[in-house]
Design a protein around this ligand. Structure first.
Ligand code: FE
Length: 209
């Protein structure tokens, strides 16, 4: 089995948020998709070990924040790498709530979907939630983050950290399209809103090589 083939499946990255009577929690998922248009329905899959899973079962609804492609990777770590059983992931974070009272992060997202669970399917390690899309709201014109771009950005960060140590004078190269920066202005002094002239991504996807 070639694991690289599995990574070629394209899907997004989302924040699944839920608030019960006592608890507000959210986690990062990559399994959310629309399945029918009339009625408008989606499926979402969560690991059973996940605290958010139990809260969605209890509440019967959730909010899906569709993350933006330039979304802060530290926020993905905060919501994706820790359990809400151990800490309040929303501490000191401004969130909004949808029509069901479930939390979403408008600043990180290009859209939010309000989902109501109408059925579930036990998948062993995971539960698949079948949902009606009760409401949907676009929040910005930004493109949605794909799982592939997330992995490239994570990889770019790691490569950049390693490269900064070993090759301080190397070229700045776009990790998405491999464009090599050769402008007059030193790369470090380019404005924060500068984008790659080829693929139009921000400075944060550039690595030194
Ligand atoms: Fe590029």
């Amino acid at each position: 089995m070639d694991q690289k083939a599995i990574f070629k499946l394209s899907y997004g990255l989302f924040l699944a948020g839920v608030q019960t009577e006592n608890v507000k929690n959210a986690c990062i998922i990559n399994t959310a998709m629309q399945i029918t248009a009339e009625p408008l329905r989606a499926i979402v899959t969560l690991q059973k070990a996940n605290y958010t899973h139990d809260l969605i079962l209890e509440k019967g609804s959730l909010a899906i924040s569709i993350l933006k492609e330039d979304c802060d990777l530290q926020m993905i770590e905060r919501f994706g790498m820790h359990s809400g059983r151990d800490r309040d992931k929303f501490e000191q974070i401004d969130c909004e709530t949808d029509e069901n009272g479930n939390p979403f992060l408008a600043a990180l997202s290009c859209a939010v979907l309000s989902l109501k669970v109408f059925d579930t399917r036990d998948l062993g390690t995971h539960t698949m939630f079948f949902c009606d899309i009760a409401d949907a709201r676009a929040l910005s014109d930004a493109a949605p983050l794909t799982y592939d771009l997330y992995r490239r950005r994570k990889n770019g960060e790691a490569v950049q950290k390693a490269a900064e140590k070993t090759a301080p004078g190397g070229d700045w190269v776009c990790s998405i399209c491999h464009y090599k920066y050769d402008g007059e202005i030193p790369f470090e002094e380019l404005p924060d809103d500068w984008v790659c002239p080829v693929c139009k991504r921000g400075k944060d996807v550039f690595v030194r090589m």
